[in-house]
Design a protein around this ligand. Structure first.
Ligand code: GLN
Length: 305
């Protein structure tokens, strides 16, 4: 079935323009606070990489936690189920940077998409490759076809300067032996990963392997069909933190948000999406981004349900 995506995107952009409350950009990473909260872009990538977009869909923004999808896929591709001994796959029901469940669960984070879980995944990737952020960047360049993708030094430095919470999470998990990369090295890699800048077009295209049931842009296999399904499932249940139920209710797709205001979403077998608008709600999800995806699935009838 083919879909006329462009008119749908134009209509969504118009509706989003009328949204009264757009939320506020993240301010706990000062370098992110400066972004215009009114910015909006959205892209849809078809399975063959054809991409449609509206608004600022070619403007790079701070990918932040969207990168957690790709590091998870890379680690699962390399070490398979062994990863699940180090991180769970249950929604946390708590904020993305929460510490509270770690002590009860012996330093094993609830899922790979909260910060604690992402630190574990980056630790695994760094052990496997010796260069976690470099490996991730190479993968994103290859999948998006955009060689200019890079990590923003100022954002990474800003995160490091205000990184006490992530440092606490990493040290706490290291005390249980669930992180073995030296914490300063791990944090450097994690902040470089979060500070990657990419556009909606880049990220929608790079997420394509999840809609192609594990196949990369060049047709080679990154994940088995079953593992691709599992990543999508974890995105659906955990990708938007303590708002994952609300996101599933409104959007009905596997999705992953980041505090830069981006959200990626997957319609398995059909397309991938990335939407960006830096104003966030109290749970760290883009207000206009969720609204746009809500409208997309309503207008097209595409969802996993
Ligand atoms: N770099 C951010 C942090 O670690 C990522 C969080 C996010 O995007 N939700 O706090």
């Amino acid at each position: 079935m083919t879909h006329a995506f462009q008119p749908v995107l134009e209509r969504i952009a118009q509706e989003i323009g009328a949204l009264a409350d757009r939320g506020r950009p993240a301010d706990y990473i000062p370098a992110l606070a400066a972004v215009d909260p009114g910015a909006f872009g959205m892209a849809v990538a078809e399975l063959d990489g054809t991409v449609h977009g509206v608004g600022e869909w070619r403007r790079p923004f701070s990918a932040q936690s969207l990168t957690k999808v790709f590091t998870l896929a890379l680690v699962l591709a390399e070490e398979g189920d062994a990863l699940w001994e180090h991180v769970g796959r249950e929604p946390s029901g708590n904020p993305f940077n929460s510490l509270v469940q770690l002590e009860y669960e012996n330093g094993i984070p609830r899922n790979p998409f909260i910060n604690a879980g992402a630190l574990v995944v980056t630790d695994r990737l760094h052990r496997l490759t010796g260069d976690a952020s470099g490996r991730l960047l190479r993968f994103l360049r290859e999948e998006s076809g955009d060689d200019r993708l890079g990590s923003d030094r100022d954002v990474a430095a800003s995160e490091a300067e205000h990184g006490d919470r992530n440092a606490a999470l990493a040290h706490f998990m290291a005390s249980y032996g669930n992180i073995t990369t030296p914490v300063p090295v791990l944090l450097r890699e994690y902040f470089r990963q979060c500070a990657i800048e990419a556009s909606c077009a880049d990220l929608a295209v790079a997420t394509g392997f999840l809609a192609r049931h594990g196949l990369r842009a060049d047709g080679s296999r990154l994940l088995s069909r079953s593992r691709a399904k599992q990543v999508n499932a974890v995105m659906l249940t955990c990708g938007t933190y303590d708002a994952a139920g609300e996101f599933a209710h409104r959007v009905g797709l596997p999705g992953k948000s980041g505090v830069g205001g981006g959200i990626v979403a997957v319609v398995p077998g059909t397309c991938t999406l990335c939407v960006w608008s830096p104003g966030l709600d109290a749970r760290g999800n883009s207000v206009a981004g969720v609204a746009a995806l809500d409208r997309f699935t309503t207008l097209t009838g595409l969802s996993v349900f």
